[in-house]
Design a protein around this ligand. Sequence first.
Ligand code: PHB
Length: 390
Amino acid sequence: MRQSNRGVLTASAALVVVSLLAACGSSLYTSTITADSVKLGLLVPQSGVYAPLGTDIRRGFELYLDGRGGQLGNRRVTVVVADEGAEPDTGVPAGQKLIQQSQVAVAVGVVNSATALGLVQQFNAAKVPLIIANAGANALTGAKASAYVWRTSFSNDDAGASMGAYVASRVDSGGVYLIAPDYAAGHEQIAGFRRAFEAAGGHVAGADYPPFGTTSNYQPYLARIQRSGARAVFAFFAGAEAVAFVKQYKEFGLAGTIPLYATGYLTEGAVLRSEGDAAVGIQTALQYSSELDTPTNRAFVSAYTAKYHSSPTVFSVAAYDAAQVLDHALANATTGPEIVAALGRLGDIDSPRGTWRFSATHNPTQRYYLREVREQDRTLVNAVVRTLTN
Ligand code: PHB
């Protein structure tokens, strides 16, 4: 599959527009799917702090599609790739364009929670299914989940919550300092941890939410952590912010003195390679590690590594599974309502992360693993220590 910014990917036969469904405001949305082809939007960051996550999402999706000869549900797939950028001011218009101009029948992607929240209404009104391959905002698949929004990744409070009791058991009354970027995902990731940690008797020593996307110097926050007397830190950062935070944590002298715990995004994929030794010993919770020793994951890792010469990540797996669920759903569905009905009938998904299935509100019900950054064969990996929750 070739990809470009707004790009083409397969030549398509004359597209028969089979659904001219919802009118929203003055514009009429259409979606394009035929007996043998489907037009799909891939909305991922190609710029900004989350660009590395966008690369992994594209790769995971492409790997699955290539393995099926460019087809999903026996339909030839035309992919239109759009740049989400870092924030909603770029991501929301890019998503709208996929619906209105490109007239995709279904979309996959979205990294930033705030962007995803800004797009729910548009996809719902257009009756175009959106399979979120990262953004974790709790409300996206909460009690008021939208019929057209599904998620193959996670809900923001899950990973931190899976680790709360474990961290509480390891830290004394000096407590834990919490830190994450100041936007939807940062607050929710910390809140999930905090609830489980305090329920297990843990004490919070302080909390900070540095501005998202513009903070590159964490020294003032690290100084506050040091002054607080906290015995450990719990963090959520991803992409370029994860690299800056982990490196400065070490440079400031906190690594090895105040243990750093986090959700696994802090040490996942390309960011771990950039963090280097500064990341050794960090313990995280996540629904995946490339080190999982199962037949499905071993086969996935070997196909991915052969193609891209780097290990897959949690982001690649979410996108691989998004392609996988669409492969099943598109087999007998030609309209948005039919596609979401088919998604609702899927049972267990055999994934590199382990078996999972959609909850009633469209979020994966899945295991979380405790991981630790270790050096193995001169490479840094997120070694699996044990399963935290089933
Ligand atoms: C989010 O905005 O929901 C988000 C972004 C990056 C992550 C995890 C969650 O690694």
